[in-house]
Ligand binder design. Structure first.
Ligand SMILES: Nc1ccn([C@@H]2O[C@H](COP(=O)(O)OP(=O)(O)OP(=O)(O)O)[C@@H](O)[C@H]2O)c(=O)n1
Ligand SMILES: C[C@](O)(CO)[C@H](O)COP(=O)(O)O
Length: 228
């Protein structure tokens, strides 16, 4: 059977409000290079033939071009303007996916995703139609109730990461529906069309750079990676 083409939609269309910096967090430097370049390199390392679609805020497209020039960043990728929400950005990225294939949606601000994780997600999506990377919580979990809160069994929960991989036809159908408030990731969008979500083991290093202290962790991981 011919192998399906592999795409990665790397969503970097957000403003990074929780990071509280003027520069969008996907452009902040870690180990001397913008976060987003690290992320793109991870997918290229997994498969140099992967079709990379990078979604950026419309008003940052020129800045990104400048950054690529400054850092002599040559890895081929298509750029697409983002939407007002992550849902809108994924939808715009999906317009650049042609025909059938396997599509990984990945946060541009998760630069430490490992080759094994990407590989496992694509393999599971090829077999099951969907594959979502997740890890077990390390802390105890409490559910908020009207009277306060109560303990819930931690073993029943997973923390969801990206990549989230799907057959292109499944993802396209899901993103045709109107956006809903509970859509926080691609799995929630796809699940609402009745599709089953397959979970794949993720990694605690696959952090989403969200708030200022995450940058300290990111520098530590990058320095560890550089030491090999
Ligand atoms: N309109 C949007 C909003 C988010 N994202 C992307 O989705 C990923 C996960 O979102 P999040 O961490 O929430 O990023 P921001 O929306 O940028 O951050 P914040 O919520 O703090 O403003 C990020 O790579 C972000 O760039 C996107 O492509 N388009
Ligand atoms: C997609 C995601 O990274 C999975 O954990 C997460 O849902 C993004 O959420 P955010 O509120 O946009 O940071």
């Amino acid at each position: 059977m011919a192998q399906l083409p592999q795409y990665a939609i790397i969503v970097a269309g957000g403003s990074g409000s929780r990071m509280q910096r003027d520069t969008p967090k996907q452009f902040l430097e870690v180990a001397g290079k913008p976060v987003l370049m690290h992320t793109i390199e991870r997918f290229y390392k997994y498969n140099p033939a992967i079709r990379l679609i990078v979604v950026l805020p419309q008003e940052q497209l020129n800045t990104w071009r400048e950054l690529c020039r400054k850092h002599t960043f040559k890895l081929f990728h298509m750029t697409v303007p983002g939407g007002a929400t992550r849902f809108g950005s994924v939808k715009n990225g999906l317009d650049a996916v042609m025909g059938e294939g396997l599509v990984a949606v990945h946060d541009g601000v998760r630069p430490f995703v490992e080759t094994e994780t990407i590989k496992a997600a694509f393999e599971a999506a090829e077999q099951q139609g969907s594959a979502v990377v997740a890890v077990s919580p390390k802390d105890s979990i409490r559910e908020l109730t009207e009277s306060g809160s109560r303990a819930v069994p931690r073993a029943k929960y997973k923390l969801v990461q990206t990549p989230q991989c799907f057959r292109a036809s499944i993802l396209r159908k899901a993103y045709e529906q109107p956006e809903q408030e509970h859509f926080t990731d691609d799995a929630s969008v796809v699940e609402s069309t009745g599709e089953k979500i397959t979970l794949v083991e993720g990694s605690y290093r696959n952090i989403k750079i969200t708030t200022p202290e995450d940058l300290i962790l990111a520098e530590a991981f990058a320095s560890q990676d550089l030491q090999g």
